[in-house]
Design a protein around this ligand. Structure first.
Ligand code: NAI
Length: 339
């Protein structure tokens, strides 16, 4: 079978990783074209992976009829423009990083562009759906192992040493609730099979004054009421002094399924005069590494077999809608109903 020819826009922190996965690890796909606004990034990938061509103009990729699909890994602020341009240029298969868009107007514009231009496959980058442990949890919940789901609890902690990066990117990322918690929200609605109906939250700046200056926060808790009656609780921070840490638990009438205890980096236990020590996972790339390959493998497989992705446009759309409600709930410390 012919390889799926993919073009990628954005070769930064995540885009470069996507390009490497496509080139080195996804055997039924070919990295055919690459694009970045930064010429050095294009040159570096061209030299190492030798795709057919590299460009700084993303329209070159969108007009290229040889490409079977486009991966968009640009900054979030450009997702809307790029998805709309791709749809109008006739691209039929799109993978787009989260969040789908930065405003409610943007996601409605994108919805219109995707629907009117008859997009075949649209996959959104909620990579947790491809995590093997979470998939096992999902299966057990669906099979009734925990009985009737009662409560979902999600913890999401970024390491404190990434603070400078977070402060720099906060004005364009959308901030803690928008950028970080939409992963947890998508994960929650997927695991329990229901959308949230109400959201309440509180949060503040505890550690980084630089975030206050850009109207962002570094710690937050959220309470959720889901349409199917399940209760939800999220806690998140940008200030975990010991490392990256994610946990998810779904508790039900007959038991519980849980991912994550202490976030050990490996199985090594070191002992010296200071005591017994294990190293902690450092950053999200390390923790979720297999999922980044798996989600692009899924995109290539969907194109090859003409099947729909497990996480699509509507999931990205709902996550952004939820994020606006959650942000309002946190900003005003009130219960917000999600329309
Ligand atoms: P980055 O700033 O490191 O890279 C952005 C890339 O987009 C750069 O290569 C830049 O040249 C390119 N770009 C921007 N405008 C362009 C244009 N007009 N034409 C061509 N290229 C353009 O950003 P990063 O951290 O890689 O994030 C990219 C996206 O991935 C964001 O939407 C972010 O939310 C998402 N992301 C998702 C993660 C996940 O866990 N699923 C983790 C990290 C990022």
């Amino acid at each position: 079978m012919e390889k799926v020819k993919l073009g990628i826009v954005g070769l930064g922190r995540l885009g470069r990783n996507h390009a490497e996965n496509i080139h080195y690890k996804i055997t039924n796909a070919e990295l055919t074209a690459v694009c970045s606004a930064v010429q050095d990034e294009v040159d570096s990938v061209m030299a190492e992976m030798r795709p057919k061509y590299g460009t700084t103009d993303y329209m070159d990729l969108f007009k290229d009829k040889e490409l079977d699909g486009i991966v968009i890994a640009s900054n979030s602020a450009f997702h809307c423009q790029m998805v709309c341009d791709a749809a109008e240029a006739g691209v039929k298969n799109i993978y787009c990083e989260k969040p789908l868009g930065m405003t409610l107007e943007e996601i409605d514009l994108m919805k219109k562009a995707v629907e009117t231009n008859d997009i075949n496959i649209f996959q959104i980058g909620y990579n947790r759906r491809f995590d093997k442990s979470l998939q096992v949890m999902k299966k057990k919940i669906d099979e009734g192992f925990i009985g009737k789901p009662v409560l979902i609890k999600l913890m999401n902690r970024d390491p404190s040493w990434e603070a400078d990066h977070i402060i720099k990117f906060s004005p364009t990322s959308g901030g803690l609730v928008f950028d970080m918690l939409t992963h947890d929200y998508d994960c929650a609605r997927w695991l329990i099979g229901s959308d949230a109906e109400t959201v309440y939250g509180m949060g503040d700046v505890f550690a980084y004054d630089g975030l206050a200056a850009v109207n962002d926060i570094d710690n937050c808790t959220i309470s959720l009421g889901f349409e199917n009656g399940v209760m939800g609780f999220m806690e998140t921070t940008r200030n975990s002094a010991y490392g990256y840490h994610v946990e998810v638990e779904v508790f039900g009438t007959e038991g519980s399924v849980r991912m994550g205890t202490t976030p050990n980096r490996d199985r090594v236990v070191s002992m010296d005069k200071n005591g017994v020590n294990t190293e902690c996972v450092q950053w999200f790339f390390e923790f979720w590494e297999p999922t980044f390959k798996a989600e692009l493998q899924h995109f290539a497989d969907c194109i090859q077999n003409n099947t729909k992705p497990v996480v699509g446009f509507i999931d990205g759309y709902k996550a952004v809608k939820w994020a606006f409600a959650a942000k309002e709930a946190v900003d005003k410390r009130k219960v917000v109903k999600i329309k």
